[in-house]
Write a protein that binds this ligand. Structure first.
Ligand code: AMP
Ligand code: MG
Length: 360
């Protein structure tokens, strides 16, 4: 394990890119900004570097890593085949927050990256600093989010240091990330786009890009459904091993309150907050800007106007970390409408809440 973690500030990115790229090429692991969240990168071909990523994060080894590339042309070197629909998605969304799961070219990356699967997940990040770093390193860069496994993903360099200082070789600070949630992970099978994990690219965008030629299918959640039909659907569906893990969770317990009528949601959140405070717990509330001023709790954090879920997506992980920092034991969060980026936002909120949800 590394002892000293180097820090390259935003005003020294030229040096940072050069030195961080050299560290990657030498088998080191460095954190860098992407447009989704900060990633912890290592040379995807180098088994030892990949081991360091798993060790630094404390990540289960059956959870494969996404390989980040500087350009779409590099994907062809890692995949044994790319279909016309996959190529179309690359052209439309790269650079950007879309990850494609492709058949892996044998030997192209360490089997630790793919967790032994015959597929590899790849994307070209939309953040210029990330692409410069990857290009300068000359490596395909395996990079999961740069947090300790189970913690909320980092959207700022100080979040990375909070979790990984002393465990990685360095962090390149590019300021706060843009999207704030992880990429959308898709697999194209039989002409249909399967969304394995919702994210920065919405189902609506995928549908528009694919046109009439492809259906967009959301995967059944591993926890949802029962009986023979559900079991069969699960067996046939392309799987994304990582989605079964508890993710993105704050230290405190969390619960969601959802509903179409914002006034009812607000009343239910305050009532639940009061009940928890009566039990002697320190309570935090994650609310839309319209409601934040009216709540009584130990911490009230606004995620922005209810009609702008992009802002809530950007703010969510930092808010969860802030609740931890302020010693919050119970977090109540208002749900958001699930269209557009709202689908990914609610997916992460539900994971953080471990399924605790009240609909009003
Ligand atoms: P993270 O790096 O934490 O953003 O997680 C990456 C996620 O991508 C994993 O949890 C998997 O769900 C998904 N993934 C990566 N590689 C594959 C693959 N070869 N097949 C299916 N899903 C993958
Ligand atoms: Mg992650």
């Amino acid at each position: 394990m590394t002892n000293e973690t180097r820090y390259w500030p935003p005003e020294r990115t030229d040096d940072g890119v050069r030195e961080a790229a050299a560290a990657l090429a030498a088998g080191g692991v460095v954190a860098f900004p992407t447009e989704t969240v900060y990633g912890l990168g290592g040379d995807a071909r180098n088994e030892e570097a990949v081991e360091k990523i798993f060790a630094a994060k404390g990540r289960p080894s059956d959870n494969p890593l996404i390989v980040h590339l500087a350009s779409a042309a590099d994907a062809e070197a890692l995949a044994s085949a790319v279909s016309p629909l996959e190529r179309k998605l690359m052209e439309r969304f790269w650079p950007g927050p879309l990850t494609l799961v492709l058949p892996v070219r044998p030997g192209a990356v360490s089997p630790r990256v793919t967790a032994g699967l015959d597929t590899v997940a790849v994307r070209v990040p939309g953040h210029e600093l990330a692409r410069r770093l990857i290009a300068a390193s000359g490596c395909p860069v395996a990079a999961p989010s740069a947090n300790r496994s189970g913690r909320p993903s980092p959207t700022r360099a100080d979040h990375v240091l909070e979790d990984l200082n002393g465990r990685i070789d360095g962090v390149l600070d590019g300021g706060p990330t843009g999207v704030g949630l992880e990429s959308t992970v898709v697999r194209v099978l039989g002409g249909a786009i399967h969304v394995l994990r919702p994210g920065g690219i919405t189902a609506e965008q995928l549908r528009a890009a694919a046109g009439d030629e492809a259906a967009v299918a959301a995967e059944p959640s591993p926890a949802g459904g029962s009986g023979a039909a559900a079991a069969e659907a699960e067996a046939e569906a392309p799987r994304s091993p990582g989605v079964k893990y508890t993710h993105y969770a704050p230290r405190g317990e969390m619960a969601l309150v959802t509903g179409r009528d914002p006034a009812l949601v607000r009343a239910a959140v305050q009532q639940a907050a009061d009940a928890e405070r009566d039990r002697g717990r320190r309570v935090g509330i994650l609310a839309c800007a319209e409601h934040a001023g009216a709540y009584r709790a130990d911490a009230v954090l606004s995620l922005g106007p209810r009609a702008e879920p992009e802002l809530a997506a950007r703010a969510l992980y930092a808010a969860l970390r802030e609740c931890d920092e302020r010693g919050i034991e119970f977090i109540l969060a208002e749900g958001y409408p699930e269209d557009g980026i709202g689908a990914a936002l609610m997916n992460r909120m539900r994971k953080a809440a471990g399924g605790r949800e009240t609909a009003v």
